[in-house]
Design a protein around this ligand. Structure first.
Ligand SMILES: O=P(O)(O)OP(=O)(O)OP(=O)(O)OC[C@H]1O[C@@H](n2cnc3c(O)ncnc32)[C@H](O)[C@@H]1O
Length: 495
């Protein structure tokens, strides 16, 4: 009986199996904890809404980011955009309440897109650009009334409305630059930055970092940032009246100086023929002081379709005669040497995309030839080839492309070589290129000045080390049981 008990006590297998099972369970538990520990809890998101009240139209953008990465390095993404029907808010100067009304449809869409329980904490911003800058210059009280109407309308929605204001040209340029570089992940990684070229309807912005610009020459063009632990000295300039629509007014003002009844415009297609009103053409502060005395009420706008002649007229809207700095772009505005890659968006993209010219490895001469051929195409043929394109846009692509090329090469001094540094873009990783994202990131303090502390090991490294250590410990433990195995193999089992 006692011998039998001794034999039973000396059989180590049940104990070994239990130890192995416990060991395996312990390893699985350890690894599971390691994997789960660093995973985002439940995916909760925060939202922000920005309305871009531009000169030609208003657009609403909804941004989303993981709640736990708030104020950190989390990627903010655009999840929805809505184009407000009708013109920009500055066009409602004589009917301000309509400016507020116009926003309601997109705002209702935003109410559906942002989860209800997040409505009250979702900041809502409206930023107005060059259209309202011009209206404010022209008629301050009309501009105030438009803002009152817009604010009244936006306050009725359940979001956290943070106000409506006019952005300065410098802010518009700088936030466009922040957007492009944030989306490209260049700021967090401290990489060489991309310059931003924005062509709106009423103004155009150029913003870039140049190693030979520290802000001492023409300080009004300097914006400094400290982002993720890096200092940036940004050159930025906004040219009011040099957006695509206002530049066209400047170009037409050139051709209607003497108040003619008909003009044969080289920037419009042959066969184009429209009656236009002098008061509509000269209705903006960009040209109002040039209205010819004694002009008739209307003029006939006919197209000639000649790229070279168009370029000559377009050149005349730039003043290259005076520069009190070491170097200038145009109109006596300082510009340092161009440097690095550039992203060109808004109308730069719309126009060049329409003409299949977004590929900047196409030599400039070939680009010119393509625009030349396009401008020379009869208007009837152009309309027949593009029945789906809005006529208002279609009639302006010849002028738009000629203006873009002239602005880039004559205005900003891009050469045949540096032209290929430009990328015509609409979106980066799903978010529209433009000032709105940069504006929201700034107002919500979402880009830290200092690089955030990062854990010493990436999550995958941490999990691998925990797994490896657990397996090693378990093997060590099994090895420490060796005396038990030996006993087991040396004494054959007695039954
Ligand atoms: O920044 P500001 O100067 O206030 O102007 P905006 O905000 O209204 O400027 P956009 O970038 O919306 O548009 C720039 C120009 O591009 C034109 N545009 C917009 N969508 C277009 C499209 O699909 N095709 C062609 N042109 C377009 C529009 O009429 C303007 O002349």
């Amino acid at each position: 009986m006692s011998a039998q008990r001794e034999m039973k006590e000396k059989n180590p297998w049940p104990v070994t199996i239990i130890i192995i099972v416990i060991g395996v369970i312990a390893i699985v538990a350890l690894v599971t904890v390691a994997v789960l520990q660093n995973m985002p809890l439940s995916q909760k998101y925060k939202y922000g809404i920005v309305l871009d009240a531009g000169s030609s139209h208003t657009a609403l953008y909804i941004y989303e980011w993981p709640a736990e990465k708030d104020n950190n390095t989390g990627r903010v993404e655009q999840t929805h955009s809505c184009k407000v029907k009708g013109p920009g808010i500055s066009s409602y100067a004589s009917d301000p309440w309509k400016a507020g009304e116009s926003l309601k449809e997109c705002m209702k869409e935003a109410e559906m897109k942002v989860p209800g329980k997040r409505h009250h904490e979702t900041p809502l911003y409206l930023g107005a650009t060059a259209g309202m800058r011009l209206l404010n210059m022209e008629n301050g009280s009309a501009s105030d009334q438009v803002f009152q109407a817009v604010e009244g309308a936006l306050q009725k929605f359940p979001f956290s409305f943070q106000g409506a204001r006019i952005l300065s040209g410098q802010e518009e340029g700088a936030f466009g630059w922040v957007t492009v570089n944030y989306l490209d992940d260049r700021l967090k990684q401290g990489l060489e930055t991309t310059g931003a070229l924005d062509l709106g309807g009423a103004s155009t912005q150029i913003s870039f970092v140049s190693s030979n610009y520290n802000g001492s020459e023409s300080p009004s063009n300097s914006v400094t940032f400290r982002l993720y632990g890096n200092n940036y000295n940004l050159y930025t300039h906004s040219f009011l009246c040099y957006g695509k629509d206002q530049a066209m007014k400047l170009m037409l003002a050139q051709q209607t100086k003497s108040g003619p009844e008909t003009i044969l415009d080289p920037c419009f297609h042959p066969g184009y023929n429209e009656t236009k009103s002098y008061s509509d053409l000269y209705n903006s502060p960009c040209v109002s002081n040039r209205k010819p005395q004694g002009a008739p009420a209307t003029f006939t706008h006919m197209g000639r379709g000649n790229f070279q002649q168009c370029q000559e007229v377009v050149k005349k809207v730039f003043d290259f005669t005076s520069c009190k700095y070491s170097q200038c772009s145009f109109n006596g505005v300082f510009q340092p040497l161009l440097q690095g890659p550039f992203g060109a968006f808004s109308a730069y993209y719309f126009v060049m995309n329409f003409l299949n010219l977004t590929n900047t490895s196409i030599p400039l001469d070939a680009v010119r030839q393509k625009i030349k051929d396009y401008c020379a195409t009869p208007w009837k043929q152009v309309m027949a080839q593009h029945p789906d394109v809005k006529v208002n846009y279609l009639q302006e692509y010849c002028f738009g492309a000629t203006y873009i090329l002239t602005l880039l090469t004559e205005g900003y001094n891009f050469t045949s070589e540096s032209y290929s540094n430009i990328k015509f873009i609409k979106k980066i990783k799903g978010s529209d290129a433009g000032w709105t994202l940069g504006y929201m990131l700034n107002l919500t303090n979402m880009i830290p000045a200092e690089a955030p502390d990062t854990p010493p090991l990436p999550h995958a490294g941490y999990v691998s080390i925990v797994t490896l250590m657990a397996i090693l410990l378990f093997i060590l433990f099994l090895v420490s049981l060796r005396p038990l195995w030996r006993r087991c193999s040396k004494h054959p089992r007695i039954i």
